[in-house]
Write a protein that binds this ligand. Structure first.
Ligand code: ATP
Length: 470
């Protein structure tokens, strides 16, 4: 998968329009900033090189141009109660994706939201949802599709935080109801809820939603906004892709709804845009908002690797943790193969947990999150993580997509991810505080034969990995 060729295409078009701006190096930060806000209408193949696409507004006192606050960006679109709440929980200035996307989303255009991990895509689409739904109407008006239960719980939580009544606001205004319809939940309660009064917003995993739709427990006929988060992951999943297609075309129509696809990675995005229109998943004038196309990972993220032989990997990891002294860290481990399971071997996650419990004497708690755990144990691990206080989370890629761990400072790839996209999402569990200047680290522990694999990821994602000498 050559992600680089595709993510560079906007640059090539822009450089063509402005021959004096052709960059010398893709790692040049000035260049990255200069080109961070280019938009291309790929369907009509019309390059729209917009340097500053969202409004800058004059301040009343001195007439200088300044960046609008989130509230100013949303003011005439999102209800005041949500805006008050948004500021109350600390969302004051927009992140780059919010600044670029919100004015366009409020015009009703379908959109592909393509921006770095931790850049604030969730708040972007939730503000769109709140700008559209009518809380007095008793119907499902917005649907957010997510790949995992963990991400669904997180999105539901943020949506409910925003919908809660702001402090000091009196009155009986009806607040927005948000239902989580996620794998591993019991659908009985949701069935009763649907019958009594349908929620305005549903956050769902594809499997659970389809079960409800197939049993005709509700329909998507009243849908006004459909968001597909981690869209590339969902379309890549053999279990979920065909159901997702059905939701996009059979159960609902793109003419009745505004559709948003979001992810930090949309490989072959030109092709995806083309397909989205052809298959009628979106309307023809869908826009692609691509923030930082030449810097797909946050610039505060430092990438390192250390080479050792397989037998020394555990000891090397321990030495790294001791010298880094992370506030919190995730140790990513590959999933156990079916062959290894059949042979009765213990999974690497268990071996690692046992090793750390025996050899690590620091202050961090050691936790586990993997696919094979039941949903309750997974939720318990996440709850511990969210309490804060410092932990080392041993995890498979179930923790790599979308999950927000704001306090995370270090990622360790005990096993290399399978591809560059997985590297990007694992790395993206750090550097998740917009406007912070704290640097974070991703360290891969590799055997000599894996150096070329990591090199390939560096080329595809355009980052430099520094070697640590043991
Ligand atoms: N305007 C803002 N001001 C302050 N914090 C923000 C703002 N917008 C988002 N955040 C915070 O930034 C963090 C990352 O946001 P979010 O989870 O939406 O990232 P994302 O773009 O969806 O990342 P990923 O691609 O990894 O899913 C969250 O902790 C969120 O609360």
């Amino acid at each position: 998968m050559d992600t680089r060729a595709l993510s560079l295409s906007p640059l090539i078009l822009h450089s063509f329009e402005n021959p004096t701006c052709i960059p010398r190096s893709h790692n040049n930060h000035h260049f990255v900033r200069l080109f961070s806000s280019i938009h291309i209408n790929r369907v009509s193949k019309t390059p729209l090189a917009i340097q500053n696409p969202s409004p800058t507004i004059p301040t009343p006192d001195n007439g200088k141009l300044t960046t609008p606050t989130l509230k100013q960006l949303c003011q005439t679109h999102v209800p005041d109660q949500i805006l008050l709440r948004m500021e109350e929980v600390g969302y004051v200035m927009p992140t780059e994706v919010q600044r670029q996307a919100l004015p366009r989303l409020f015009t009703g255009r379908d959109c592909i939201l393509h921006a770095q991990t931790g850049s604030g895509k969730t708040l972007t689409y939730l503000l769109l949802i709140y700008s559209i739904i009518n809380t007095r109407k008793s119907a499902v008006q917005a649907l957010v599709l997510v790949p995992t239960r963990e991400l669904g719980m997180q999105v539901t939580k943020v949506a409910r935080i925003l919908a809660a009544k702001p402090t000091g606001v009196e009155g009986e205004q009806k607040s927005c109801t948000i239902m989580a319809l996620l794998d591993g939940g019991t659908l009985r309660r949701q069935k009763t809820w649907f019958k009594a009064e349908p929620p305005a917003v549903v956050v769902a995993t594809v499997g659970s939603l389809c079960q409800m739709l197939e049993r005709q427990l509700f329909s998507l006929g009243t849908l006004r906004v459909l968001v597909v988060d981690e869209v590339d992951f969902l379309f890549n999943s053999s279990k979920q892709a065909s159901s997702l297609r059905k939701i996009l075309t059979t159960y609902s129509s793109c003419n009745n709804r505004q559709t948003v696809f979001a992810s930090a990675s949309i490989p072959h995005h030109n092709r995806f845009l083309h397909d989205a229109v052809q298959q009628k998943w979106t309307k023809r004038d869908v826009i692609h908002i691509h923030v930082s196309p030449v810097e797909p990972m946050p610039s505060r993220l430092y990438h390192r690797f250390i080479v050792c032989d397989t037998k020394r990997k555990l000891q090397t990891l321990l030495s790294l943790i001791q010298s880094d002294a992370p506030e919190s860290g995730i140790i990513f481990v590959g999933e156990q193969s079916e062959k290894s399971k059949k042979a009765g071997n213990a999974p690497s996650t268990s071996l690692l947990i046992d090793f750390l419990k025996a050899s690590y004497h620091g202050s961090l708690d050691i936790l586990l999150l993997e696919d094979d755990m039941n949903f309750n144990s997974r939720a318990a691990s996440l709850l511990e993580v969210r309490k804060g206080g410092g932990y080392l989370l041993v995890a498979t890629d179930v923790a790599a997509r979308g999950v927000d761990f704001p306090e995370m400072t270090h990622i360790y790839n005990f096993d290399l991810p399978k591809n560059a996209i997985d590297y990007l999402h694992r790395a993206g569990r750090t550097c998740r505080k917009p406007f912070s200047d704290i640097n974070c680290n991703v360290t891969s522990i590799i055997v000599p034969e894996e150096r070329f694999v990591l090199q390939r990821y560096e080329n595809e994602l355009m980052f430099v990995c520094e070697e640590l000498i043991p």
